[in-house]
Write a protein that binds this ligand. Sequence first.
Ligand code: ZN
Length: 343
Amino acid sequence: MALKDIFGQERAKRFLKQLLSLGKLPHAVLFSGMQGIGKLTLAREFAKLLNCLNPQSSDCCDACASCLKIRDGHHADLVWVKSDGAYIKLDQIRNLKQRLSFRPFEGKWRIVIIEDAQDLREEAGNALLKLLEEPPKQNLFVLTTLEPQMLLPTIVSRCCHVRLQPLEEIWIEKYLRDTQGLPPSQARTIATMAEGSLDRAKWLAEPARIVHMNEVLENISRLRELSMVDFFPLTAQWAKGSADLEQDLECIKLWIRDLVLSRLVTGHNPMLQTDEPTLKQARKVSVESLLSLFVDIENAHLRLRQNANKQLTLEGVCLAIKESLYGESGWNSLSQWREDLSF
Ligand SMILES: [Zn+2]
């Protein structure tokens, strides 16, 4: 692979080549943008170009010893820093500093990739800032992040910021057809649902995905008729039995997105097969309410990532779905609750 083989991101690729041809390489580059649009691939291919022994037409050759070592992750001058657990820790940046006190071993440039720089703990961020303020020669820092606002402003100001764009649907559709062998209609639907992220598209295209999503939808459809007495056992059983609750929430978000798209886009081919009673009920709810439900689930997803209690989070999600879709009528009357609870 070389820069020219990366999907999309033409503007960013042109800009990087221009920096190199003008001999104006900054000390640090920051690639920002959503997950799955090629930030790390771009960083790696740029590292290849900088150290390529036989560059061709402003791109790496992808065949020399240096290119192959970088491709296989064996190049001594490609340093990759990413979170150890939830964060990039101070010790990791201290180790990096020590490593940078030596000249590059075999390459013209040492490339230091800081993956998901938003994971830097504050003290690690401050230590990195010191390195960026006095960068050792022949070292290029490449930071990636979802949003530059997630970093210390002083770090961003030390970097040449390149914002990457979500990939065009047409690219993703082509990839799914040509590389994954998906039929055109399925490739088109998944490309729409992928929101510009190739990672997301690949995730959606996994064969087991639809089966898993249907299981999640089955649980959701059971919510419709559920009394208070049955509600908590269902969520408890779901939380306990789920192999990956985060993925379940991801499926629920996709399902809501599918419902919204079906309402807004003429001819949208739904990816998920929602049962007719649920679909009928969802058509009665405003698009705004569906979007607000989406935000609720997204917040729950975030809390789950921060180690919130699984069952409580799932209960909150199911309550939000039940109340948004079925309103008060979705619950039994108060007298019925009492009856239910009295056994
Ligand atoms: Zn090469």
